[in-house]
Design a protein around this ligand. Sequence first.
Ligand code: 13P
Ligand code: SF4
Length: 309
Amino acid sequence: MLATQTITEEILELKKDRRALLLAHHYQEAEIQDLADIVGDSLELARKARDFQGDVIAFCGVWFMAETAKVLNPDRIVIVPDKAASCSLVESCPIEPIREYRRRNPDHVIVSYINTSVEVKAESDILCTSRNAVQVVNSIPPDKTVLFLPDRNLGNYVKKQTGRQNMKIWQGTCIVHATFPVRRVLDAMAEHPQAIVVAHPECPETVLAQAEFIGSTSALIDYCVNSPAQEFIVMTESGVNYSLQKNAPSKKFYYVNNENCNCSECPYMRLNTLEKLRDALINLEPRVEISGDLLRRALVPIERMLAVR
Ligand code: 13P
Ligand code: SF4
């Protein structure tokens, strides 16, 4: 490294040397998003990972997203800035009860949200993200009982949208979206009467009931950018503000704080920093490693999801 080189220049140089693709989720800090080849939601990032032809994927998001990229790239190196970047949904869904459910209900279809561990993915029939969950559940024959896991709010939303009655729902929640209190949404609506509410489906039903549009992270951004409305109350992680401001600089975006903090940031996502990313590119660590059998079994439900239109 040259003495005068900034960390940004260092990362760009390392990225080139390593033939690395830098994928970043919308909940990353703006400085990380600025360096990324692609910024997207979890489905877009999985698709980009699948199509990658270089040597290294540097995944700036959370661990389950990097695991998905590794399953799609068994022969490539996948690194993350911080291995501790987990997700409360992953943690709410340990593997043993899922294996037990599978043993007891061999004929049920397990639909897993992508926010699960690779072990849970390997026990699943098909995956989904918030972007395609309704289409994925609709792709399952109507006579089959579905277990949808682990997000309770997304599960209830999908059940309502599909009208499917034979659908059991795991009771996991996202510590960010599930803790938006509806009273704060109503307060924000009173304060900004011109603003329309858009929400991620991980929010509670009471919050979703106020929303004019419900969608994945990228879908929310697209909706706000393309809508004729000028003001929005955005019910998701506030990292989306960077893309929103960039793509619609004249519009106004308001955020609501979670119950227990004065922010709407995901503490896991925010563990990643430029310094940790630089070090990961230098050391090629922390690296995602998944055993061959687990990887092959997890690939099946991921590919099934990617095939759903
Ligand atoms: P998206 O699929 O919208 O990117 O959501 C991922 C996530 O973790 C939401 O909290
Ligand atoms: Fe997981 Fe929620 Fe963070 Fe998304 S915002 S990574 S669902 S804890």
